[in-house]
Design a protein around this ligand. Structure first.
Ligand SMILES: [Zn+2]
Length: 263
């Protein structure tokens, strides 16, 4: 055995097995069972190791050592260990603590990256608290996700790998209406829609307002045909049943036919 062979054989390795759809995120080709050998060149946590292989920690539902001991992200793997990385199984309830996410979210509140802007609008239309501003860059988004305890929605894996992001979801669907289906299915929120309760422009809550109070602001036809109005507590935008109704009807029908992605 030459010196080079001796060096290779003495490098400690672990085996990492990815299951479900997580296999599709890997930056290295695994074997038929979704397994990879990983060289432990330095002391590294499970979180960093999994992310080095391409999978953001937000997409991991549970982590197992050997034959079935559940472990946290902070576990430091040792030579010859077998680590199994499993995806979430929807519906995911973040108000229940888990070993990977001991912090709780009392209720789902979202934060949308600029790459899912239309999804943000649809979530607001369905009544879900969704912060969004196209000017927020990655560091600001990660900071807000942490300080406001929001679920960060993004198509950017790098952003979701940031340590400050505790709750997040990598959006896989392309079309905004299907992205909404993806989020509602993932968090089990299909029964929690509250249409016309939140401002699409600014995320503010809507409150009923008397027609007489806003009469000068209404177009003649709206004034004639509509009698129930709401006003945004944030920006003052006026809403009535006719506004955005077509868009709402269209995507509610898309939601009914939504076929969930594999997990
Ligand atoms: Zn508003």
């Amino acid at each position: 055995m030459g010196a080079a062979d001796a060096m290779i054989s003495s490098t400690p390795f672990i085996t990492v097995a990815f299951t479900g759809w997580l296999v599709t995120l890997l930056t290295r080709r695994p074997d038929a069972q979704g397994r990879l050998r990983y060289a432990l060149a330095r002391r590294t946590s499970c979180k960093d190791l999994i992310e080095a292989l391409g999978v953001p920690h937000t997409e991991v539902g549970s982590l197992w050592l050997g034959e079935g001991r559940e472990i946290p992200f902070s576990h430091i793997p040792r030579a010859n260990e077998l680590l199994t990385v499993c995806p979430h199984q929807p519906p995911v309830d973040l108000s229940r603590p888990s070993l990977l996410r001991p912090a709780l979210l009392a209720k789902p509140r979202f934060l949308a990256d600029a790459n899912v802007a239309k999804l943000a609008r649809k979530l607001r239309m369905c009544g879900f608290d969704t912060a969004y501003d196209p000017g927020w860059h990655d560091a600001a988004l990660a900071g807000l996700a942490a300080s406001q305890e929001r679920i960060l929605l993004s198509r950017d894996r790098g952003l979701l790998k940031r340590g400050k992001v505790h709750f997040g979801l990598l959006i896989r669907e392309e079309a905004p209406a299907r992205q909404l289906g993806e989020v509602l299915h993932f968090f089990g929120l299909a029964g929690a829609l509250r249409p016309y309760s939140r401002c699409i422009r600014c995320n503010g809550e809507l409150a009923p307002v008397a027609k007489e109070e806003i009469l000068p602001l209404l177009e003649p036809l709206t004034r004639r045909y509509y009698h129930a109005f709401q006003r945004c507590r944030g920006c003052g935008q006026i809403y009535w049943p006719g506004s955005h109704r077509q868009e709402m009807t269209r995507f509610l029908s898309t939601l009914r036919h939504y076929q969930p992605l594999p997990y």
